[in-house]
Design a protein around this ligand. Sequence first.
Ligand SMILES: Cc1c2[nH]c(c1CCC(=O)O)Cc1[nH]c(c(CCC(=O)O)c1C)Cc1[nH]c(c(CCC(=O)O)c1C)Cc1[nH]c(c(C)c1CCC(=O)O)C2
Length: 322
Amino acid sequence: MRQAGRYMKSYQLLCERYPKFRERSENVDLVVEISLQPWKVFKPDGVILFSDILTPLPGMNIPFDIVKGKGPVIYDPLRTAAAVNEVREFVPEEWVPYVGQALNLLRQEVKNEAAVLGFVGAPFTLASYCVEGGSSKNFTMIKKLAFSEPAILHNLLQKFTTSMANYIKYQADNGAQAVQIFDSWATELSPADFEEFSLPYLKQIVDSVRETHPDLPLILYASGSGGLLERLPLSGVDVVSLDWTVDMAEGRKRLGSNVAVQGNVDPGVLFGSKEFISKRIYDTVQKAGNVGHVLNLGHGIKVGTPEENVAHFFEVAKGIRY
Ligand SMILES: Cc1c2[nH]c(c1CCC(=O)O)Cc1[nH]c(c(CCC(=O)O)c1C)Cc1[nH]c(c(CCC(=O)O)c1C)Cc1[nH]c(c(C)c1CCC(=O)O)C2
């Protein structure tokens, strides 16, 4: 789940002092402080690096910002062969040294009490932001490119693939103990188009990471992934993260036995009563079975979620014994 963020009072206070998202996410001390905010209060088993899937973009020659009330903005959307040619391969040590430093510091801070988790955006999801120019409802620009000039999109996807494989390795080398790949918008694609514009690139990333970091657990998340479920494990990841639109028991069956699952409590449940939250946690754990399940929400914690309900979620989860 997205852990840090606007549901926490401590984060809101820090945002008043540092109003720009890019400043909060690109300064080592702030990254460490924000990453630790939820851990200090709730003590989850994992501490997620505070960053964004778009953080590598400036290092690839794609300027962006995250604007309050509007979300991500890519100033010059990439829609032509010439624009894609200007995209550079990402060299993490050069462009985001603060990520490596923050991961190292997080490992020192949390010792062995929790796993430090890194993440990257998947090629199709990153491309969707860069082609659309920001968040999108209908994904018309990226589909126009995919379905009229696929070679241009493939060129961009390949650049993200090589760059994100290197970024995962960089995060692991600096202390990340598992890395989640967010293909949040892959589910906007039909299964056939997913097989052309997303799956081969995910597989390439996984294969490349396995060559140098065979023991690094890789997790794949796609929102609303019910229609693609059988295809997600074909990427080769260790864990598939399910959102709550899939029944956990059915999801398990459809994913097969070679992959672990993460999820999938509806983040909206945290607005419910404590009894309801407990019941949904027990249901989810029971449906997932007693091996290979990372209990989590099915997506990030929503703005406005009561912190005491988040605390209740962790209390109940930690009390579960098999
Ligand atoms: C699609 C995506 C993005 N970013 C991310 C994804 C994949 C996950 C998903 O499917 O939601 C990943 C992400 N972004 C952020 C995290 C935080 C790490 C953690 O959990 O602590 C993670 C894991 C910080 C953030 N990234 C962002 C916020 C909210 C803005 C803020 O707090 O200032 C946070 C906490 C901004 C962001 N960044 C992005 C969006 C759509 C937004 C929301 C814009 C808005 O709501 O105004 C792109």
